[in-house]
Design a protein around this ligand. Structure first.
Ligand SMILES: *Cc1c(COP(=O)(O)O)cnc(C)c1O
Length: 359
């Protein structure tokens, strides 16, 4: 069997070119006689992989020199605790609740201080992004926290919240490297890479240098202190070497394919194809307010649970994998990350059109 069109929300599709290259290098990485998985993280060979990965993501995102790039472990979920442990100096932080991941981060922060939910879209199953132009930001908030692209619900901030001068921290797990960003708008950007960048096991955190200090909450473990990793080039302990190596290859693939500006154009073109179809379909409909739609995750329903299930089943048989929606939304979800080719979305729309005609 060949490769399927994989619409998984994460772990998700990676560029075929990257996978092939990794396969070629599996037994003997560039003449060193071993796999990247088997080499010392202290070797010059691996140091070079790390240095190139950092240089390439810096170039892709235009990361200013006063921001550190950390390659961490523990999934995006570990950041839910690390962020308050490292940054909640006044023990106050403001959270905007736009989905399950933001909510989990907010819940975790409550263990460490006063975490305020200053806006939420839970009233309508997180199907929109609340108006964030004039929120009740707490005067002593250490930061404002958002989840920029909501993987499960398929919404994305098109405009960042007005934080009234407070530092903004964003979970970008599911929109990482999908379009250009202005890093200086954030105090910290982070994401688990298994959605749009690489294999699960790596988290990339981009943090403004002045925030990385020893002044963390009492009892914060060494491994959960950003300074530990910043001071040691993300090699305080053994980093997720193989995962970082694959991320590095994805960065090179992105650079070769025109960088983030080109990626945004590609992603807009793919998403438009699917959304335009949904907007005219008599059977399928999108679940998200139009102006808040994500370019990465596209949830849709027929309105009939049995028809949804039949669609997922027939789609799978036709080579379209992982279209079942998240259990909290139901229906379907097509995740169309960077590595999903235009042809994949085109084929899906064709399949949906035929399914609609048949049923
Ligand atoms: C998947 C996801 C997470 C959780 O990531 P883990 O690596 O499984 O901890 C957090 N935030 C967002 C936006 C996600 O999509």
């Amino acid at each position: 069997m060949g490769r399927v069109y994989n619409f998984s929300a994460g772990p998700a599709v990676l560029p075929e070119e990257v996978l092939k290259e990794a396969a070629e290098e599996m037994l003997d990485y560039r003449g060193c006689g071993m796999s990247v998985m088997e080499m010392s993280h202290r070797s010059p060979m691996f140091q070079n992989i790390m240095d190139e990965a950092e240089a390439d993501i810096r170039e892709l995102m235009g990361i200013p020199s006063n921001y550190k790039v950390l390659f961490l472990q523990g999934g995006a979920s570990t950041q839910f605790a690390m962020i308050p442990m490292n940054f909640m100096k006044n023990r106050v932080a403001d959270y905007i609740i736009t989905g399950a991941w933001a909510k989990k981060a907010w819940k975790e922060a409550q263990k460490f201080g006063q975490a305020n939910a200053i806006a939420s879209s839970e009233d309508k199953t997180f199907s929109y992004i609340p108006d964030c132009s004039d929120l009740p930001i707490s005067p002593d908030a250490d930061y404002v926290y958002i989840c920029e692209n909501n993987t499960i619900y398929g919404t994305k901030y098109k405009k960042l919240p007005n934080t009234k001068g407070k530092d903004l921290i964003a979970d970008v797990s599911s929109c990482f490297l999908s379009e250009p960003v202005n890093v200086e708008d954030y105090a910290m950007i982070y994401g688990g890479v298994q959605k749009n960048v690489g294999p699960a096991g790596v988290v990339i955190a981009i943090i403004r240098e002045d925030l990385i200090t020893e002044d963390v909450l009492p009892g914060t473990p060494t491994m959960l202190t950003y300074k530990t990793h910043a001071d040691n080039g993300s090699m305080f302990n053994t980093p997720p070497c193989y995962g970082i190596y694959i991320c590095g290859k994805v960065f090179k693939w992105l650079k070769k394919n025109g960088g983030l500006t080109a990626m945004k154009e590609r992603n807009e073109k793919k998403a438009a194809l699917l959304y335009n179809y949904l907007d005219q379909s008599q059977m399928f409909k999108g679940t998200v307010r139009k102006e808040d739609r994500s370019l990465m995750n596209v949830p849709f329903v027929t309105g009939d649970k049995e028809l949804d299930a039949l669609f997922v089943k027939e789609a799978k048989a036709a080579g379209f994998e992982n279209l079942k929606g998240h259990r909290s939304v139901g229906g379907m979800r097509a995740s169309i990350y960077n590595a999903m080719p235009y042809e994949g979305v085109e084929a899906l729309v064709k399949f949906m059109t035929e399914f609609e005609a048949k049923h």
